[in-house]
Every structure is written in structure tokens, then in C-alpha cells.
Design a binder for this molecule. Sequence first.
Ligand code: NAP
Ligand code: MG
Length: 487
Amino acid sequence: MRFEYAPAPESRAVITLRDSYGLFIGGSFVAGSSVFKTISPATEDVLAEVTLGGAEDVDRAVAAARHAYERTWSVMPGKERGKYLFRIARLITERARELAVLETLDNGMPILQARDVDVPLASAHFFYHAGWADKLGYAGFGPSPRPLGVAGQVIPWNFPLLMLAWKIAPALACGNTVVLKPAETTPLTALLFAEICADADLPPGVVNVVTGDGGTGHSLVAHPGIDKIAFTGARSVGKEIARMCAVSGKRLTLELGGTATNIVFDDADVDQAVEGIVNGIFFNQGHVCCTGSRLLVQESVAGTFLDALRSRMARLRLGDPLDRNTDIGAINSRAQLDKITSLVSSGTADGASRWSAPCTLPDHGFWFPPTLLTEVPSASRIMQEEIFGPVLSVATFSTPEEALVKANGAPYGLSAGVWTQQGALLLQMSSALRAGVIWANTFNRFDPSSPFGGYKESGFGREGGRHGLEAYLDVVSAGDVGGGIGV
Ligand code: NAP
Ligand code: MG
């Protein structure tokens, strides 16, 4: 039986969009050199005008962050810093509905994912790191670890608020101040977060938000007043940033992409695995760095498993991201839609068979149906490159060894998933898979206390947990007593 759903749209009335937004520098919104527009990818309607930060704006923000670092934040006892982080966490929770609607409008993600994942995890990161602020001396980096100074942070568009939280919460807990550059297509939740910082009475200059494009990010990375760069984004940009930091001596962490493999053995619970694979690749339209874009199914069950997968995919609902019934929202930008379309074409040209779930694509905005590519040759670009869209590439294997060779053959190593009822096989596969996060009989589970990061082309450094603190502390001289921050 097929149910029809009545529309259940979340109200836009919970947000008040300004026509134009300035840069958040030194605790207030200020004008910058020029402006650009951010749109809703679901409708292509303009949402607001936002300031495009130039090199001189970045310079002002870095100066504000340096001033706040030296005068206020690095000398404040950890117990006091922690109170501000708690306050920010609570304000995110209080304004959760507003943040979720804004994220959905600007990014295109389904409202349920913004409401139930993006926003609650963002506040959880602030709560978690608030607890660390006065306990850094017990984190295993010596009795009095020092902060690094001013952190320049550049984030992508796929989970704008969550990526902001992953960057800002540990930096602040450890006593650093920050200049954050959100992605060009999704600046709005970062600007609302700036309002939250002001409402929390965070000392001016501790958090600065400079909106803009890749050029703004470049100016931030190149700025001599920055002590540490934290970048999440594409591999090509990450490599350029690594070259720039290598000559400047700035500390660097890179969270780049992935092409995660899910490996399904013949004894896996089919319904559970299908649900996990669907969540792994279609959650947030596949705009997830650890998305499970490659599926390896054991030959003996491939036919039945793929039938069950197609049947589940056919029930996914694509459409208005603000509708609470929606599973698949809009692709974030026309450029990303073009990239997905071109990679799928290259896969079919290499001999892969394409099947897309039957769904009607809206007339406006950027959309791609949930898609399955089977019989994909291992060397095909679509198996090797990150697609960052709702497209699952499938191949088969006969033995665990063959699955490992295929999974580890990818240039990336951010995450992987294993599906089997055998505990010994789970452990054997998990220790042999070369990926930062390995999920067993589940996928896409996150927690602020769990470190996240990659191997190989997926970058280096960890975010989250005790390991994530290391990226914002001067652990080299951490053994020194005295001169560290108050804890
Ligand atoms: P991107 O093009 O690298 O952009 C990321 C950020 O860098 C944006 O703010 C971007 O500004 C800025 N940027 C662009 N060129 C720059 C330059 N030359 N110097 C400094 N900054 C520059 O990546 P994206 O396409 O937005 O994001 C998707 C990528 O992020 C995927 O590869 C995904 O896997 C990765 N990701 C990784 C993780 C992780 O934790 N490993 C998490 C989420 C996403 P504009 O927006 O103006 O271009
Ligand atoms: Mg937008």
C-alpha cells in the first residue's frame, strides 16, 4: 500500500532575515568592501545580501582577534571561558528552531536533518568543550598547555553550523581566538551565530566572522597574523593551503573529503543494512564528507540485496526541504549539480548501469534523484573521486581480502562501514580498513567526544574528543610549567 502525505511545512515565520549583513568584527557588525547574494538552492530565490570580505577586512578581523587573545581570552581562567561556552551552547538550543529553518533555507538540507542532527550536534559540541575549558591540564598534554593564538578557520557548505561548531568550540575552550570564513553559498547561520556570541556577552574579538568567497579564504590563510589554520573542504584547496602553511610555519589541520565504502557480507541483516546504506549515502543529499558513496556487496547476496535497496530508495521523498516529510532536499548549488551530473555521465560511459528512484524533480532549484550505479569498474573515476551527491556506486566481492583491497584502493580514507553478524569478522575488517572512522552495523553516527578525521588524501588532524584539543594547544612545549593558560 502506498500512503500519500499531506504537506507538513515548517514555518518560515520563525526567522527574521535582514536585507543585508555586515561582517562580525570586534563584537559588532561592520560594513565591508563589497557584497554578494546568497540564495535558497531549492527555489533560487535570493535570501539576503552578504558582505564579501576583502584582504583589508580580514586584516581588521585578525587584528581584533589578536587584541582579544592578548588582552582577554588567553589570560582568562578556563573556568570563566567555560561559562561563555556553556552560554553559547544554551543559546543555540534556545534558538534551535530558527537556526534549523535558516540552515534549511540557505543550504537546501531537509528540515528534519537540520532540526535533529545539524543544530543539536552543534550545541552538543559547545556543551562538550565547555566542560574541557577548565580541565586542559588533565587532557594528557602536560599540566599547563598553552593555546596557539589566533586561529583562521575556513569551512564548507554541507553542514555550515556543525562545521562552525567543530572549529570554534575547541578553539575557544583551549584559549584561542578565531576568525571564521563560512562558505559562500551558506553564510547565514554563521551570521546568526555571531548574534548569539554578542547575546552571550562574549568579549569582543574572541569570535570574528568574515563572509566571502575563496579569495577571502585565501587572504585569511595568507595572513601573517594567524597562528593556526583549520580547514575543511575540498582536497585540491587543502593541498594549496598545505603548501602555503608549510612555508609560513603556521600550524595546520586539514579535514578533506572521502569516498567511504560500506561492505555488506552475506550474513548481514538485510533490512538493517539497507537502512544504514540509505542513510549513509542519501543523508543530506550525499553532501557529507564521510558519506558512504561506494557499496561492496558479497556476490552471493548481491541480487537480493540490490532489489531491497531499490525498493527502499523508491520510497524516498524528494522535494521542499522545509517539508517535514522530505528525505532528499536540494543540491547546494548549480556548480555542485553540474559536478554530480558530469561524474555520473563518466561512470555510465565507463560501463556502469544507472538506476534512479522515480521522483518528480521541482521546476526551480537544483535537484538530483537518488541514484544507483551498478557494475561500476574499480578504476572508474566515479569509484575513485568524491561525488558529494546522492549517488551510490556498487561493486561486488567474494572474499574479505578482496573487499579490503577494493576498499583500501581508494585515495581517500575518512570513513568506512562493515555489515555482518560475525563479531570476529567485524574486528578483523575494522583493523585492516585504512580509514579514520569505521562504523559497524551502523553509519553516520557522531558524538563530540569521538575524534573525527582522515588518513591519506582525507587530510590530517582530528576534530572532537580529547584528540581534537591537541589541534588548538601548543603540545610541543606543554610540559613547561608556568606561562600556560589558567585552567
Ligand atoms: P571548498 O571549495 O574547498 O570550500 C571550502 C571552503 O574553502 C569554503 O569556505 C571556500 O570558499 C573556501 N575556499 C575556496 N578556495 C579557497 C582558497 N584558495 N583558499 C582558502 N579558502 C578557500 O570545498 P566545498 O566544495 O565548499 O566543500 C566540500 C568539500 O568539503 C568536500 O570535499 C567535503 O568532503 C569536504 N568536507 C570535509 C569534511 C571533513 O570533516 N573531512 C567535512 C565536511 C566537508 P567558497 O565557499 O567561497 O568557495
Ligand atoms: Mg545559500
